[in-house]
Ligand binder design. Structure first.
Ligand code: FAQ
Length: 311
């Protein structure tokens, strides 16, 4: 217990100021942020897989170059976020070990397969769209390194969303088969994208404390609503339909009403039983093992440099 530290922490939070790595912070704050930021990093890294799957089959050289750049951006976001998480005191190796051993979560959305080229459009438009909606408020998160990381990441995510939108627009204005492929991708990704915002507020154990600490600024349901309101007119402009018969403008609320999501499916996906969980984890473990020689070489090089520079 550090009374002066706690008082300073409370003051910084009340002032909407920022907590920095060297500041005293409650252990629960450190722990919860390490959880959220590292899971966010894991999501970026696992999230490379569905799209990497299509790099070799992109329909043109230009599309391929764009997709490669996007997947590299996700890697960059992951590394950036691991660095932000490390400032809270847990080393990168340990965070990575939590992922590889299955103890840490990563976003449910990446446990769905990317079946067609149109899925690259749906992922960009809906998945990156949901990511931006969730992450723009995180730019104001009370923990400095996380908030600052989010600013950069959001800029890149908006480019990602635009490229996804453009893929879907082209397909939906192409042949009837292409339009159907775009519609099918949106049909499959719509529900899972809405679930990226997390469980409904009454089933969200972390929200209350996280909002009191000004890490989260809006609740899961509020952000989900904001996202639905944003994508309805975008879907109309694309000429595609959102697969929800209950989707309807509610004049009184000033928002779109939408149907109940499949929360049983969500729970089973985050417990590890989604369509692609096994494959995603196997691939990540394999990539980690195949990268062992790089880590060993880098460590040997650093050791030699240190020896040579020793007085
Ligand atoms: N999937 O109490 P809450 C991207 C867990 S974007 C899996 O509401 P919280 C970009 C939650 O961790 C995707 N697990 O939790 C990209 C908690 O479990 P825990 C990543 C979920 O933290 C695009 C439990 O359920 N974005 O990668 C999910 O207050 C394209 C109870 O939930 C972020 O991580 C879920 N959908 O709110 C990359 C954003 N939802 O930890 C490649 C930062 C909840 O107690 C390609 N994170 N859980 O064991 C956040 O904003 C929050 O952590 C939430 C969850 C909103 C995700």
């Amino acid at each position: 217990e550090d009374a002066a530290g706690q008082e300073n922490f409370d003051r910084l939070i009340a002032e909407d100021s920022r907590i920095e790595p060297r500041d005293w912070m409650p252990e629960a704050y450190r722990k919860s942020l390490t959880r959220q930021v590292s899971q966010h990093a894991h999501s970026e890294i696992i999230g490379m897989q569905p799209e990497a799957n299509w790099i070799t089959r992109a329909p043109s050289l230009k599309r391929k170059a764009i997709l490669m750049a996007k997947v590299q951006d996700e890697a960059g976001h992951g590394l950036y976020l691991y660095s932000a998480a490390e400032t809270l005191g847990t080393p990168r190796d340990e965070l990575n070990e939590q992922l590889l051993s299955g103890r840490a979560k990563y976003s449910s959305i990446f446990n769905y397969p990317a079946r067609t080229w149109a899925d690259m459009g749906a992922i960009g438009w809906l998945v990156d769209g949901a990511a931006i909606c969730n992450q723009v408020p995180l730019c104001r998160a009370s923990y400095g390194p996380y908030g600052r990381a989010m600013v950069r990441i959001c800029k890149e995510e908006s480019f990602h969303q635009r490229q996804g939108w453009e893929i879907l627009y082209e397909l939906s204005h192409g042949t009837p088969e292409q339009k159907q492929m775009a519609q099918d991708a949106v049909d499959r990704f719509y529900g899972p994208a809405l679930q990226m915002f997390g469980p409904p507020d009454e089933d969200s154990p972390n929200s209350r404390q996280s909002m009191a600490w000004k890490v989260k600024r809006f609740s899961n349901d509020d952000l989900r609503q904001r996202f639905v309101d944003m994508i309805v007119p975008q879907a109309e402009a694309l000429g595609l339909t959102l697969p929800d018969p209950d989707l309807k403008w509610n004049e009184e609320r000033g928002h779109y009403d939408f149907g109940e999501l499949d929360w049983d499916e969500f729970m089973s996906v985050i417990k590890g039983d989604g369509p692609m969980n096994t494959q995603r984890m196997a691939r990540r473990i394999q990539a980690h093992e195949e990268g062992a020689w790089v880590r060993e070489a880098a460590a040997a090089y650093a050791r030699r440099q240190a020896e040579q520079n020793a007085p």
